[in-house]
Structures are given as structure tokens and as C-alpha cells.
Design a protein around this ligand. Structure first.
Ligand SMILES: [Zn+2]
Ligand SMILES: [Zn+2]
Ligand SMILES: [Zn+2]
Length: 442
């Protein structure tokens, strides 16, 4: 029915519909699956900044060009425009602005506005394919309509008029598969759009401790391509899983998975959190909190001036005294403290909160998780800035930072090399290389 790479297999699962397993050993960092997007949308905040077709940012003095028909879609060049025109835009261009200004569309909440446009793109694309969708011509269309529907029935948002008018049944069938199957398309951990990738939806189940992640490559003038990368070595027969949502959502993820995806996650991390029950409040007293933060760093055991590899920890290692640090608000607050202090040049605060945050990541994310790699790069940049400005630091402290900086950099490079280049290819790996070239000068 659909093409699966020869090293993967879809086999029955005890509770889910199926599961995707490795047929052979898959190496850490290998790209195990690719799929061009069936359809995508750019988030409204990115409109006019990135090409609506390939999501690339214009480079240098190049400016994006607007569709002369509707003025509401932007493209790198005629190649991107022609590709999207043929794929779906020619069915939408005329009615798009009327749809956007209609009271029905305007009344929608933001996420339904996004769904309305993605649904429009998908319907328009389907309308250009021959019915019945032949497996040879449009395998993705066939797979898309065979995906499991959302557990709850919901009314589709209004869509842009398309001629010939699609069957209302098709609209319902498609929308029922949106909430639990679509992917957020991200660039350097920031969501820039949403996309329909039917085969990936059909293949990969969720795990809160995933052994693979999806990244998005914006290098072609055709579709955006999803690549699934192994975060670690995967053995034959082992299931390949992706995170459907941020594994650090300790308090909400089980409910979201149940309501939006229709299953109760039974991973070791979820069972552990379930056994704990509601997470305790954080101490209000700052001294007490600082003590707990030190205990967290000690538990994880990351020592920046000595580390050659990152310690591997499991959330199940958390002692009861530190359960409060698993609260979602704590990670968010710590991340904000780190960014703010780093930005404002309070390097002592930044580096301490940054290492505490890294320890938390190592406890709750699986090894080589992209967030950990990106954070190590931020730590390296903070250490770099601290050394360069030397503001409020003693000679010994600067000496120590000079030892830590290459450690942050090499650990960041290790993880981000496993993930490999994403989006338009110029990204964190290039920043790491630049910093590494500057190291001998400090
Ligand atoms: Zn483009
Ligand atoms: Zn247009
Ligand atoms: Zn879980």
C-alpha cells in the first residue's frame, strides 16, 4: 500500500494500530525515513518572512516576491511559485482574500484559523488529483485518508471556496485526521509552520523517551522534507518512536495524549509520574530552592570542567525531595532566568542557572535530545561572552570558564552532529564551528 524503507517494517502492536520496527541495526545519527510534505502552512507570524512554498528565509539582498493574483503568498522565485501553483494555489488564489476577511473565518480561534488554511491547501491539492486516488499517482492521498481519525468528532472550520466544490464528507474525513496526525514544522526548535506528512503519521507511534526525532529540511524548491533521525543506536525488532509533544510536559502530557490522541501512555516515565501523583509545590524560600538546585546538579553529576561525555540519567532516578523540580513551570522559569541573565550580562547567574537547566534536561530528556544540544551551545556562547567582557569575574573564574567553554562546545557539537543540518542548512553547527575557530584567540 505504501512504500516503507527496507530497514523498517510495520507490524501489529498490542494496543496501537501498528508499530514501526527496525529490521536491522540502525546507527545513531542515521536518517531512517524521509517524506516530502503533502501540504504545509506557514504560521501567520512567519508570513512574508519566509517563502510560502519552501519555508526558506531570503538570503542577502534577495526579497520575496508576492503572488500577483492574491498578494497574500510570498515566494523565493518563480520556481517556488510555479511548484505551489500547480500543487494547490491555482485553486485558492481567487477566493483566498474573501475567505480570510469573512466573518466566519475571523471568528475562529487562532489554531482553527491555521487548520482552515491547511485544510484548504489539502482539499485543493486533493481536487487536483484523479479520483479514485491511485496508489501509484498519489500514495500519500490514499494513506492520508486511511489514518486513524481523532477520538472526538469535531466540526470542520469553514474553508476557502474551491471549484469543483469538494464533497462535505471529504472535508469531515480530512479534518477528523488533523488534530492527531499533523506535525509542527520547526526550525532550530521554533515552530514555523504545520504540515501533513501522511506516511510518517501512519508509521511512528509516540514515546516520551523517544529513540528518534523528526527534523525538517528546507533545501528544495519543491516540498519541505521531513527527515527522521535515530538519536541512538536502534536494535533489530526495536520500535522506532517519535515524541508527539515535548516530553518535559510532565503535568499535562498524559492528559493531552489521552484527549488528543486517544491513548494512555504506558512508558516508564509516564508510569513513574503516575505513581508520584500531583507534583509538590516548589519552596518559596530562595535558600531552600538553591539547596535543591545544588542537589539536582549533584544527582545528575555534570561537571563542566571535567566532562568528556554527558551523564545519562532517567527521570525514575529523581528522589522525592526533587519531585517539585519536575513541575512544568519550574523548567520554564529556569529557562527564562538563564536567557535573561545571559542577555543582560549577569554571567554568574546565567552559568549557574544554565548548568542547573542542563542537569534537568539530562534527567528528563533521552540522550542526544536536540534541546540539550541547543542549550549546550547557548551555554558555550554565554561562557564566551563572559570571557570576552570579563565583567565582574576574578582571574580564577575566567580561567575556569576557559576550561569549560571547549567542553560545552564539543558536547553541543556531538549532539547537533547526530541531528545533522536542518532547515536551510546554515544553523547551529556553523555557529559551533565559528566559535571553535576563535578558541585559540582567548
Ligand atoms: Zn521558496
Ligand atoms: Zn495567489
Ligand atoms: Zn509516556
Amino acid at each position: 500500500m505504501m512504500k516503507i524503507p527496507e530497514w523498517l517494517d510495520l507490524v501489529p502492536h498490542a494496543t496501537a494500530r501498528d508499530k514501526c520496527i527496525a529490521k536491522t541495526s540502525l546507527n545513531e545519527g542515521s536518517c531512517i525515513f524521509t517524506e516530502p510534505a503533502f501540504t504545509t502552512i506557514l504560521l501567520p507570524s512567519e508570513k512574508g518572512q519566509r517563502c510560502d512554498n519552501c519555508f526558506r528565509l531570503p538570503s542577502g539582498k534577495v526579497r520575496l516576491q508576492r503572488c500577483t493574483g492574491c498578494g497574500s503568498y510570498w515566494y523565493c522565485d518563480t520556481q517556488c511559485q510555479a511548484f505551489q501553483w500547480r500543487a494547490h494555489h491555482k485553486r485558492i488564489c481567487k477566493g483566498y482574500n474573501t475567505h480570510l476577511s469573512s466573518p466566519e473565518y475571523q471568528a475562529l480561534p487562532v489554531h482553527e484559523k491555521n487548520d482552515s488554511i491547511l485544510l484548504t491547501h489539502t482539499l485543493a491539492k486533493l481536487s487536483l488529483l484523479t479520483i479514485p486516488y491511485s496508489v501509484e499517482d498519489s500514495p500519500s492521498a490514499t494513506v492520508l485518508l486511511s489514518l486513524l481519525p481523532h477520538p472526538q468528532d469535531s466540526v470542520p472550520p469553514p474553508v476557502c471556496p474551491i471549484k469543483p466544490t469538494p464533497q462535505p464528507q471529504l472535508l469531515k474525513r480530512l479534518y477528523a485526521r488533523f488534530g492527531n496526525n499533523n506535525f509542527a514544522i520547526h526550525s532550530r526548535l521554533t515552530t514555523v509552520g504545520h504540515g501533513v506528512f501522511p506516511v510518517a503519521s501512519r508509521l511512528f507511534n509516540h514515546s516520551c523517551v523517544p529513540n528518534a526525532v523528526a527534523k525538517y529540511v528546507f533545501s528544495s524548491s519543491q516540498s519541505i522534507v521531513m527527515e527522521v533521525v535515530a538519536l541512538r543506536d536502534i536494535s533489530p525488532e526495536e520500535e522506532v518512536c517519535l515524541p508527539y509533544l515535548d516530553p518535559a510536559l510532565h503535568e499535562s502530557r498524559r492528559q493531552i495524549l489521552e484527549i488528543s490522541y486517544g491513548f494512555k501512555c504506558q512508558c516508564p516515565s509516564c508510569l513513574f509520574l503516575q505513581a508520584i501523583g500531583p507534583l509538590p509545590e516548589l519552596p518559596i524560600d530562595q535558600t531552600e530552592l538553591s539547596f535543591l538546585e545544588k542537589s539536582l546538579r549533584d544527582l545528575v553529576g555534570f561537571v563542566p570542567d571535567l566532562a568528556h561525555t554527558l551523564p545519562e540519567r532517567l527521570i525514575e532516578d529523581t528522589p522525592p525531595s526533587l519531585y517539585c523540580m519536575l513541575r512544568e513551570g519550574y523548567m520554564a522559569g529556569l529557562s527564562e532566568t538563564f536567557s535573561k541573565a545571559s542577555h543582560e550580562g549577569q554571567y554568574d547567574v546565567a552559568l549557574e542557572s544554565g548548568v542547573t537547566l542542563l542537569s534537568l534536561y539530562l534527567l528528563v530528556y533521552p540522550p542526544n535530545y536536540p534541546q540539550t544540544g541547543m542549550h549546550l551551545l547557548e551555554l558555550a556562547k554565554t561562557a564566551w561572552n563572559a570571557i570576552i567582557t570579563a565583567r565582574g569575574l576574578t582571574g580564577d573564574e575566567i580561567q575556569m570558564l576557559k576550561q569549560q567553554l571547549p567542553v560545552f562546545l564539543s558536547l553541543a557539537r556531538h549532539i547537533l552532529t547526530i541531528l545533522g543540518p536542518e532547515d536551510d542548512g546554515v544553523g547551529p553547527l556553523q555557529e559551533i564551528q565559528t566559535l571553535q575557530q576563535l578558541l585559540p584567540d582567548i
